[in-house]
Design a protein around this ligand. Structure first.
Ligand code: KG4
Ligand code: ZN
Length: 350
């Protein structure tokens, strides 16, 4: 439909410089530059390196997105940009660029929440999101369960990790197994050759005593330590470490907890749609287990394709388009880069 809004989205909260362009729910361009290789030797994202990489990548990525979509900045109805949460310096680069482009081209600007954008991106693949829905966002920087009543207004956090994020646990375990960075995709591959039942790793915050205070929260730091202890014991005994079995058993522990809590959140809130997003949503076992468990309770699982699960500009454009279509007022031009942005507002108010 030609009268649907044409929205450009800018994402720079971590190590991906993403610029996406959507019309309504249709994805026209999703240009991405990643600095992940520059962080690999440190085993994690180095904020200053990420900020500098965004600065270098933004203009060429913008050009590529506009070319791919076959539009100019003048054609765009609104610019959306990740205001937070994320790395302060990295966010600042995207927010400053978005303000510059909005001012120069006289376009409204929407500062949006990164987590809400991870939910909104699914509309590009599966159409409008039934509300209420439960969203589980699992990435290198966040692990949350959210109740999505109205994606234009605010989202209710149900729970979150109390220590490491799920992706961070994958990255740390991959590191201690000497597998490289980022660890998620490597462990996912290695796990296919292993037995997920070979080692009984702990399931954090699932004991009856945790039900009251942490029913929908996650904890992965104990699991990571358990894997480290198990590997150390093997090495001390001079025995080889069965990397595939450790990968599979670790992955099973993470996916077991994530899916059990997500389904519990749906059932407790009487919700029959579960959206999964964030880099860890690309995990093959997580997808299968979520489908399997959800089906038993008549819950539909929506997971965008892997390229849309990890950080990208399309997700920001998708949320922007949703806000424009709903008539939400744009943000003020002095909108902040807010590294600790909460979820009470999906976008920075005007
Ligand atoms: O959403 P994302 O691109 O960036 C943020 O952290 O915000 O997520 C990256 C994270 C990394 O920790 C990476 O190891 C993890 O997602 N990841 C995976 C898989 N692919 C990426 N974790 C498990 N299995 C995967 N297949
Ligand atoms: Zn993310």
């Amino acid at each position: 439909m030609p009268d649907e809004p044409l929205v450009l989205g800018i994402e720079t909260s971590c190590d991906e410089t993403g610029i996406g362009i959507v019309r309504g729910h249709t994805l026209l361009a999703d240009a991405l530059a990643s600095s992940v290789e520059q962080h690999a030797r440190f085993g994690g994202v180095v904020p200053e390196v990420a900020s500098r990489a965004h600065l270098e990548a933004l203009v060429p990525t913008m050009k590529r997105a506009l070319d791919d979509a076959g539009v100019t900045l003048a054609d765009v109805d609104a610019i959306a940009v990740t205001s937070g949460p994320g790395l302060a310096g990295a966010l600042l680069v995207g927010v400053a660029a978005a303000k510059g482009w909005a001012l120069a081209a006289e376009k409204p600007i929407y500062g949006v929440n990164h987590l809400a954008a991870h939910v909104a991106v699914d509309t590009l693949e599966h159409g409008p999101l039934p509300e209420p829905a439960v969203a589980m966002l699992v990435s290198g920087g966040h692990s949350s369960l959210l109740l999505v009543d109205d994606l234009t207004a605010g989202v209710t956090p149900l729970g979150a990790t109390i220590d490491d994020a799920a992706g961070e646990a994958f990255d740390k375990v991959a590191r201690l197994l000497g597998l490289g960075f980022p660890g998620g995709p490597i462990i996912d591959r290695s796990a296919r050759e292993g037995d997920p039942r070979s080692i009984a790793f702990p399931r954090g915050l699932t004991a009856p005593k945790d039900q009251a205070a942490h029913r929908f929260d996650f904890s992965f730091s104990g699991l990571k330590t358990a894997v480290a202890r198990w590997v150390e014991a093997r090495e001390r005994a001079g025995e080889p470490v069965p990397v595939a079995d450790v990968s599979a058993s670790f992955q099973e522990a993470v996916c077991d907890v994530l899916t059990a809590k997500a389904i519990d959140a749906c059932r407790t809130n009487g919700v029959d749609t579960l959206v999964i997003g964030g880099g860890v949503a690309a995990n093959s076992r997580l997808r299968v287990l979520a489908e399997e468990r959800a089906a038993k309770h008549g819950i539909r699982v929506r997971v965008p394709r892997p390229a849309l699960c990890t950080d990208n500009g399309a997700m920001v454009a998708a949320l922007g388009s949703h806000l424009v279509a709903a008539g939400v007022a744009p943000s003020r031009l002095d909108l902040p880069a807010d590294s600790a942005m909460g979820l009470t507002a999906v976008s920075v108010p005007g």
